[in-house]
Design a protein around this ligand. Structure first.
Ligand SMILES: *[C@@H]1O[C@H](CO)[C@@H](O)[C@H](O)[C@H]1NC(C)=O
Length: 350
């Protein structure tokens, strides 16, 4: 519900139903299905956006409408999350969202999963329940009373902590991802409040050339495990695992390196051929050689190639256009002051 409302308020494309024209290409780490779905007809993208609103704004309230509506809620929610898992690498996010929906399926709904017949699990449980009903009523132990009290206290606490969350939901200036208490027990959460219309990527490159400005300097791309880089590499499939660095690179591409100083830290590690940092990447072009003399970040715009088109025929999933530098060529010795002023340990070449 929170996520649905923030969308309607956050981005025009959620109101004119065009968000899905962009989402598959610009989401954090697209997968092969996103490449296909991006080319769906316009009416399908409108339908998807409308379905998203229905699922995020209407379906959540089904939980309060009795057993069968709750089961319907659980089924729709799981279906929605499975569609999201298939159409994008949003990692554990969707799996986690499925968990509370499972509570809608009571024993009667889930009974089909277990063997029936005489001596079967269902039969044995029924017998146990009958015996319990006939036997003497269980006495209330202190443990039971204490548990009730703890449950009640938890309920009151959650209700109290939810007040600012509900006020935020009703406020015209709703905030997207935030917590209102130091313990962060009840938070407000929403994803994709606004949809990026253009995909940009930061590509890290290194060269062994002693002169970074020399026209014959050969720059080689570092490849990440999952995020787009090499145009010929098929978009990856990863779920529920999360490549945090690839995800951070997506955010970094919206801004500049000054907003993301960690990327200069990473450049320092690459200049030192740091094994731990390199273990987070997919391909190190300086594997088994001396570390690069220079590392730079380049800013590119990425688009999916058109299926059946010229680029796709060349084996390219992506086409890209250089926008400019993201950070200039750096040497290890240039970074000494930068690292020192931030109290980062100096990268040690091995
Ligand atoms: C590096 O190459 C550029 C371009 O060829 C040249 O102008 C510059 O003098 C070179 N620098 C050094 C230190 O050799």
């Amino acid at each position: 519900g929170l996520g649905g409302l923030i969308k309607i308020r956050g981005d025009r494309c959620w109101r004119d139903l065009t968000c899905m024209d962009f989402h598959y290409e610009t989401q954090p780490v697209p997968n092969p299905m996103a490449y296909v779905l991006h080319r769906s007809p316009w009416w399908f993208h409108r339908f998807e956006t409308l379905s998203n609103h229905f699922l995020e704004l209407v379906v959540p309230f089904f939980v309060f409408l009795g057993r069968s509506m709750c089961i319907l809620h659980g089924a729709l929610q799981i279906l929605f999350q499975v569609v999201l898992i298939v159409s994008g690498n949003l990692s554990f996010l969707n799996w986690l969202t499925i968990v509370p929906s499972l509570a809608c399926f009571d024993d009667a709904t889930l009974a089909f999963l277990f063997p029936s017949g005489p001596g079967g699990l269902k039969d044995r449980v029924l017998k146990m329940q009958e015996e319990e009903a006939q036997g003497p009523r269980a006495v209330q132990t202190y443990g039971c009373v204490a548990r009730r009290l703890v449950n009640l206290a938890m309920g009151v606490l959650i209700a109290g902590l939810s007040v600012p969350v509900v006020l935020n939901l009703l406020s015209p200036r709703q905030i997207m991802n935030s917590s209102f208490h130091p313990l962060r027990i009840v938070n407000t959460y929403g994803a994709f409040g606004s949809i990026t219309k253009e995909r940009t990527e930061v590509i890290l490159q290194g060269t062994a050339s002693p002169n970074a400005s020399a026209p014959d300097a050969e720059w080689k791309d570092y490849e990440f495990k999952c995020k787009p880089g090499d145009l010929r590499r098929r978009p990856c499939l990863i779920s529920p695992y999360h490549y945090r660095l690839d995800w951070l690179m997506w955010f970094a591409a919206f801004q500049t390196y000054e907003h993301n100083e960690w990327i200069i830290h990473l450049a320092g590690k690459l200049l030192a051929n740091d094994a731990q940092a390199l273990s987070l990447l997919g391909v190190n072009p300086f594997e088994g050689t001396a570390p690069p003399r220079w590392v730079r970040g380049e800013h590119y715009r990425y688009k999916f190639s058109r299926p059946g088109g010229r680029h796709a025929a060349e084996g390219k999933w992506w086409i890209r256009k250089r926008l400019g530098p993201y950070f200039p060529p750096l040497r290890l010795q240039d970074l000494k002051g930068y690292f020192k002023s931030r109290e980062w340990p100096e990268p040690e070449p091995k």
